[in-house]
Write a protein that binds this ligand. Sequence first.
Ligand SMILES: Nc1ncnc2c1ncn2[C@@H]1O[C@H](COP(=O)(O)OP(=O)(O)OP(=O)(O)O)[C@@H](O)[C@H]1O
Length: 582
Amino acid sequence: METFKKLKQYYWPYKKYFIASIFFVLIVTGITVIYPMVLQLTIDEVITAGNYNLIPILSIGFIILMIIKGITNFAQQYLGDLFGIKSVYLLRDSLYKKLQRLSFTYYDNARTGDTMSRLTMDVEGFKFFLAAGLKELVRVVFLIVTSLFVMFYYSIPLALLTMAVMPFLIVVVKRFDQRVHPAFRSVRKSLGNLNTRIQENVSGMNTVKSLSKEDFEINRFTVDNKKYREVNIETAGIWAKYFPLMELIGNIAMVSLLIFGGWLVIEGKLQLGELVAFFSLVSYIIGPLMFLGFIVNQFSQAKASGERLLEILEQEETVTDQEDTVKVDKLEGHVEFKDVTLRYYEDDDEALKNLNFEVPAGKIVGLIGATGSGKTSITQLLARFYQPSEGVVYLDGRPTTDYPLSFIRKQIGYVFQEAFLFSTTIKDNIAFGNPHATMEEIIEAAKRAQAHDFIMEMPRGYDTMLGERGMGLSGGQRQRISIARALLIDPTILVLDDATSAVDMETEQRIQLALKEVMNDRTTFIIAHRISSLKHADEILVLDEGKIVERGTHDQLIENGGPYQRIYEIQYKDREAIAGIN
Ligand SMILES: Nc1ncnc2c1ncn2[C@@H]1O[C@H](COP(=O)(O)OP(=O)(O)OP(=O)(O)O)[C@@H](O)[C@H]1O
């Protein structure tokens, strides 16, 4: 119940639909119980007593009851569905919004396929219970209670005999729930794994094929697929065992009633019509009691799904706006790191160790160092993708936490090495951060990023549709679209994280020349492995294992006798060697 209580805020706003549908359910159920009573009257008061003149009235009564039942059935069904559909809309919407707010730390561990299956299958599972299960539960309970009332009215001994069977049925239903709930959790989890496997395989198809790992992937998938099959078979087994058992108990109850009830009629203690009505009522109870298993099953599935949805909804949002953020129109671009240490996880090694540096507004900083030395980590702290474990990052003299998150993220333009493009037009991809940009502005940004020419060569130019991973474009072309996208938000701080690694030297030089003008009044961080990409920087920070080991301009560093000079010499020697070959 805890799960449903926690999720109440998503379905309770629509309680009016639920309450209305329950109202109609009660009417339908009431009519259902009246049927056997009319039957009893027909047999005992009309047929046996020979009052045939009552037949037309009874028939009309029956027809009116059926019409009312038909209309109320429609109403309860439709309103129940509305309740489920509207609640689940809100739930799905909230889940998606939550996903947008969760920090990078969550996504570092989240698996796409699993998240997808939570947002689709689990949400649907929950909906099914809200739309049908919950209402059915009320119907069944009401039906059983009212039927029992009528049964006691007809014959107390027979009603007591019927009730004697109930504890057996309840025990079976309870045991069923205990077994089927974990089984459904496993089914959901296993489906999540399967989806993750498929999604990773499709996304990483290049790697799979280039390493000829198709068979390996097939085997891995087969293992997960088998697991999914097994958990489904196990669940089906629980179902298959349960229903015949329920039916057996129900049939034993019916036969006992027939023997005992028949004897009561023979003894003249019960009328024939009452026995017939009693039998109809018992079948109304036994059916729903067995159906209770189905509802319990739905309930279990919904509970399992609800738990998985809550795992997302209750995730802590580690990076949020503090209460009193300052309102500024635009940043100037002054950056300062003061005693900044970063650990991605509490007991993890330090990715950045006690960093101190300052960048005046409008200056260009180059970051260079071995892979894993902390270059990206520095830039990710600027826009609060992660929080420093110790120390403070200042923007224009204020801690980054003083500003609203959305503000600083609009002020900082990132171009990542892995440029992600959405499956829409090139134009929309460039305008992603600034959907109000005019076509002229989009073209201008593309020109600066050296992307305009190749875009114009495409059959539909800026309206060319891209595939999920920018299909049809080379790595360098994707990077240039991504640069145009960053330029279009007119950021105060620009971060180029290995942003030109996939373009050739000549294009890079052209991009740099164009960017020079763009970078004029912006603070720019350039992360690069090629010295040629950052030698124009006002200051270059050389990183090693999370520490700044050297800093200065290119001219100072090439004579410093440190790691920068070594990198320079390696890259320079390469060029000489190549020149020698020529
Ligand atoms: N999301 C993360 N979760 C945990 N550890 C991380 C994460 N991102 C980076 N790290 C670790 O932090 C350290 C610094 O990584 P970072 O990506 O900043 O290096 P980098 O210098 O940019 O490397 P590269 O040149 O390969 O991009 C590395 O040891 C890396 O394993």
